[in-house]
Ligand binder design. Sequence first.
Ligand SMILES: NC(=[NH2+])NCCC[C@H](N)C(=O)O
Length: 422
Amino acid sequence: MQANHKIEIDVNSEFGHLEGVIIHTPGIEVEEMTPENAERALYSDILNLSVASSEYSVFKGILNKVTTTFEVKDLLSDILSIDQVKSSLLKEICLSEGAMDIYPKLLGKSASEIAKQLIQGVPIERDNLTRFLSQERFSLRPLHNFLFTRDASMSFGKEVLIGKMASKVRDREAVIMDAIFNNHPMLVTRTINPNSPENLQNFPGISIEGGDFQVGREDVLVIGTGIRTSTQGIDFILENIKLKKQGLQHILIQELPDTPESFIHLDMVFTFLDVDACMVYEPLIMGTNRFHTIHIQVENGKVTDISEQKNLVKALKKLGIDMRPIQCGGITGDWTQEREQWHSGANFFAFAPGKVIGYERNVHTLEQLNHNGFQVISAKEVLSGTCEIPGGKCVLTIPGSELARGGGGARCMSMPIRRKQV
Ligand SMILES: NC(=[NH2+])NCCC[C@H](N)C(=O)O
C-alpha cells in the first residue's frame, strides 16, 4: 500500500489537466455472459475478452502516458488488507446479495484473491438442494460493467458522490467504490452516499449514475435525467448543494429519451472537450424536441430559480460557459449521426483542455472535430513512438469495435479523481 503518498480528490471541470484517474481493465467478467442473460447484464451484445483487452490496452497505454492511473482491483485489494474493512465490506456485500453462506470462506482468502472474486464473481457451489437446482451460475455475480468506472462514483470538488445504480447488477460497484474512497489511506476525500437507509427513504425512486453527472465549473453541474438518473436522484444532489455550498450554484438538467439504450447517460449525447467546445448529438441537444432542459439556481441554501431553457448549449452560455457545439456523426445527415452516436461517438474523455480520447471507428465525428481544429492522431501511433501527442488541440483515437459493444466509450471507462484548475 502506498500509504505515504496522498492524493486529495479535486475535480472542478471535465477538462482540466488530468492528475489521476481510476480505471478497471476488463477481465473474464465481461465474458461471463450468454445471449440469454446479456440484457440483464445491461449489454446489447456479448463480448470477446481478447479483442476487448487488446483495444483496452491502447486506451490504458495513453492514460498511463498522460497521467497516473489506478486500477480498481489494486485499490480494492489494498483496503481488503485492513482486517476490519475486509470483514465489514464482505459482510455488507454477502448480506445484501443473499450470499452469507460463502462469507466465512471468502473471509479466509487473501486480499488480492477476494478483490478478484468480488469483481469476477463467485461461482455457486452446488452443495445443497436449492443451490443444486438454482438457475444461477454465481453466488456473487460477475461485475460485467466495472470497466465503465465512470458510473459508480463521481468526483465533484473535493468530495466523491457515490452512485445509486439504476440496476441491481451494478450495485456492488458502488459499494466497492464507497469502501475505497472511505478507507484507502492514499485517497483524501469525503463521500456522499445516497445508498444509506435514510436517504433511500427520503428520496424514494432515487438513482444516480456518473455517466449522467458532469462538472461544468466549480459552481455548475450538468446532469442528465433518464433511465439511469432519476429526478429524485437530482433532487438528492440539489439538497446536498443547498446544505453545503455557499453563494450562487447552478444545476443544468437535460432530459434524455428512454430508448434506444445508447441514450442511457448524458455522456452518450454530450461531452465537454475544451474551454470553448463540446461534443453534441445534435438532434437531442440542439434540435427541437420534447426533452426538457432545466436550470435550477441555488443561492445560499435556497432554490431561487427553476426554469425551462432553450437547450443545454444556450443554458451554459447564459452562465458564461460559451461552448461551440461539434456534431457527433458530422453534419451530413441523421443516419451517420445515429450510427455514430450508437457506438459512443459523442463519448469523449478530455485529459487536458482540448485534448481528448475517443473511438477511431466514428469517422464522421472525427472529421467534424478536425474541421474544428482538432488534430486527429492514432493512439497506437503515439504508443509505438511514431508520433507525439501534439501541443495543441487533438483527439487521440482508440480502437473500439468490441469495447463499444459494452455500451460506452472513453469517458465511461475513466473516473478522474484530480484535475488542475482551468
Ligand atoms: N457512462 C456511461 N455512458 N457508461 C456506459 C455504461 C454501459 C453499461 N453497459 C451499462 O449499461 O451500464
